[in-house]
Design a protein around this ligand. Structure first.
Ligand SMILES: [Zn+2]
Ligand SMILES: [Zn+2]
Length: 176
């Protein structure tokens, strides 16, 4: 999602695109983009600083925190990005001081800005730490690993197996 600064007119540049999911590299086993990302908004130029303000929409597949089953998850979000140019080798005695810790701002180089990174960060920020496939997901049985949403197991009804004994049973199964 690269934009040449030269091509941003005085009044700003509005666009509405479906950006290929390959731009964003979101493809972890527990969080994957299933389609392109809709990005809509406006780039504006104020001297050498570039602002982007817009909306994004992304379809993801995330793993349920409790049962680990993948399920569709939609992100709809506002996005604001502020780009400043990288200053090459500030001349000695230069009075301009750049705060290195200013993480709110993205730095751009070579007269172009890339929205892919900020869009990816915004998407990941909108995926909650706890993602449940359904509000009352029962999760998986900690002892036998069965999905309790669609199955039942004997673990709870027959009293808990001593975890050390459970380990031995697993070992025994492996040796078969
Ligand atoms: Zn679940
Ligand atoms: Zn069980």
């Amino acid at each position: 999602m690269i934009f040449e600064i030269e091509e941003i007119p005085e009044g700003g540049f509005s666009f509405d695109v479906l950006a290929d999911k390959e731009h964003f590299g979101i493809d972890q086993p527990d969080c994957t983009l299933v389609d392109g990302v809709k990005v809509k908004g406006k780039l504006t130029k104020i001297e050498r600083e570039i602002c982007f303000s817009g909306d994004l929409e992304a379809q993801l597949k995330v793993a349920c925190t409790r049962c680990l089953k993948p399920f569709p998850f939609e992100v709809k979000s506002k996005i604001q990005v502020h780009f400043i140019p990288r200053i090459k080798e500030p001349s000695p005695g230069s009075e301009v001081e750049i705060k290195e810790t200013d993480i709110e701002k993205e730095v751009y180089e070579n007269d172009r800005v890339d929205l892919s990174g900020p869009v990816r960060d915004q998407i990941l920020l909108d995926v909650p730490l706890m993602c449940l496939c359904q509000e009352d997901c029962k999760g998986i049985c900690p002892e036998c690993g069965i999905d309790l949403n669609s199955n039942q197991c004997e673990c709870n009804s027959e009293g808990k197996i001593d975890p050390r004994f459970a380990e031995l049973l697993k070992l025994k199964d492996k040796l078969k």
